[in-house]
Design a protein around this ligand. Structure first.
Ligand code: THU
Length: 132
């Protein structure tokens, strides 16, 4: 049990992951700049490429509730190693975050394993400003 509600949201979401194929459960939580927390988990599919990542679920939940800016991200994986966001999820986070936005990786129990900025994870990124 973490005393950080964002970590706890990611830990709780991981427990609800639907990952019968990989057996690799992931939870993610984003904190919007207005303080609201949105969580997601990976949702796999028998048609494997149709599965979705935990981060994508959390971001979709935020956007559906009107959130547009991410202040913090937490990703919760099950193994001993930090579950860092996949490349596609780094880009999805980029859409709604800033280079300095912290991305924290935690264990299944909520222990902090790594903290990186989005810019560390996705340097020289292409984002909304790149189109102007
Ligand atoms: N997964 C995530 O949910 N987030 C990531 O950033 C890495 C990978 C999921 C996708 C798939 O359901 C399982 O982990 C194994 O790749």
């Amino acid at each position: 049990m973490s005393n950080d509600p964002l970590v706890q949201a990611a830990v709780d979401a991981r427990l609800r992951a639907y990952a019968p194929y990989s057996r690799f459960q992931v939870g993610a939580a984003v904190e919007a700049t207005d303080g609201r927390i949105f969580a997601g988990c990976n949702v796999e599919n028998a048609a494997y490429p149709e599965g979705t990542c935990a981060e994508a679920g959390a971001i979709a939940a935020m956007v559906a509730q009107g959130g547009r800016h991410i202040r913090r991200v937490v990703v919760c994986g099950g193994g001993d190693a930090a579950c860092t966001p996949c490349g596609g999820c780094r880009q999805k986070i980029r859409e709604f975050a800033s280079p300095g936005t912290p991305v924290t990786m935690v264990s299944a129990g909520g222990a902090v394993l790594q903290v990186r900025t989005l810019a560390d994870l996705l340097p020289d990124s292409f984002g909304p400003d790149s189109l102007t």
